[in-house]
Design a protein around this ligand. Structure first.
Ligand code: CO8
Length: 257
């Protein structure tokens, strides 16, 4: 696929995906979702990529779903547009490799929902976060009603969803919406630093830890612990990653994954 909105750069096992439609503050339109689906599929098929970073070009990460595209939709088309974005963000969340959102500016509405579909979020001090859908007489349609309360708790989620107030990066850090805040000029350096840390780990172990931890959302505690012990065991034995990692520790050398 020829990308018009997304830019991809791959360096040392790290895929950096930049959303580049700055004239509309990177608002999410149908074209974006088609490109993102294609991008996720491509990166999934590239065994060299161990981690993905998503960021935005210009003053926004993403300022929401494209209001100009949505305005004339009927009920059925509205639901379809919601499902399109939900599916894309589900497939992003289901990627085996970790996905980091590097939030450079506005992360509003569908833009915050995109960030919620990533595994964790780092933000520039300039970033602003909000779920402004009720200002438009809408509710979120790309998963925020479900992901936000699970991430930050019911009261902070409802505060954001009902007041539509934009919050600062410092407040986003305080409620656990982002994991780290850095100066704007350090954002990509910090995202790359974290990505490099991840690239150095056992790649199979990183995928398993994501899979088992994310499964805690739909499994009971007991089922989750069962999955954990199965996957823990899968890393042992001759030629497996755990064997190499533990041997390397005991032999005081860097593991050769
Ligand atoms: N959609 C389309 N265009 C947008 C959007 C958007 N979400 N946000 C900004 N733009 C456009 C503006 O219209 C403007 O275009 P133009 O230059 O042609 O007039 C350009 O981007 C620059 O924007 P501004 O001039 O407004 O920039 P400011 O710095 O003055 O303001 C803001 C920045 C505060 C971010 C402001 O642009 C804003 O409030 N944007 C809208 C934010 C918003 O309400 N987002 C939520 C959208 S709804 C949503 O995301 C629901 C998701 C679920 C959908 C489910 C499917 C049915």
């Amino acid at each position: 696929m020829n990308y018009e909105i997304l830019k991809l750069e791959i360096q040392n096992g790290i895929a950096i995906v930049t959303i580049s439609r700055p004239q509309a503050l990177n608002a999410l339109n149908t074209r974006f979702f088609l490109e993102m689906d294609d991008m996720v599929a491509n990166i999934k098929n590239n065994p060299d990529v161990k981690v993905m970073i998503i960021t935005g070009e210009g003053k926004a990460f993403v300022a929401g779903a494209d209001i100009a595209e949505m305005v004339n939709k009927n009920k059925k088309e509205g639901s379809e547009f919601s499902r399109l974005g939900q599916n894309t963000f589900h497939s992003l969340e289901l990627m085996e490799i970790p996905v980091i959102a590097a939030i450079n500016g506005f992360a509003l509405g569908g833009g915050l929902e995109l960030a919620l579909g990533c595994d964790f979020r780092i933000a520039s001090t300039k970033a602003k976060f909000g779920q402004p859908e009720v200002n438009l007489g809408l509710i979120p349609g790309y998963g925020a009603t479900q992901r936000l309360p699970r991430l930050v708790g019911m009261a902070d989620a409802l505060y954001m969803l009902i007041t539509a107030e934009m919050i600062t990066a410092a407040d986003a850090l305080r409620i656990g919406l982002v994991q780290k805040v850095v100066e704007p000029e350090q954002l990509m350096d910090e995202a790359l630093r974290l990505a490099k840390l991840i690239v150095a780990k056992g790649p199979y172990a990183v995928k398993k830890v994501k899979k088992v931890t994310r499964a805690s959302r739909h499994l009971s505690f007991i089922e989750g612990c069962e999955l954990e012990d199965q996957e823990f065991g899968s890393l042992f034995g001759k030629g497996n990653e755990g064997e190499e990692g533990m041997k390397a520790f005991l032999e005081k050398r860097t593991p050769n994954w």
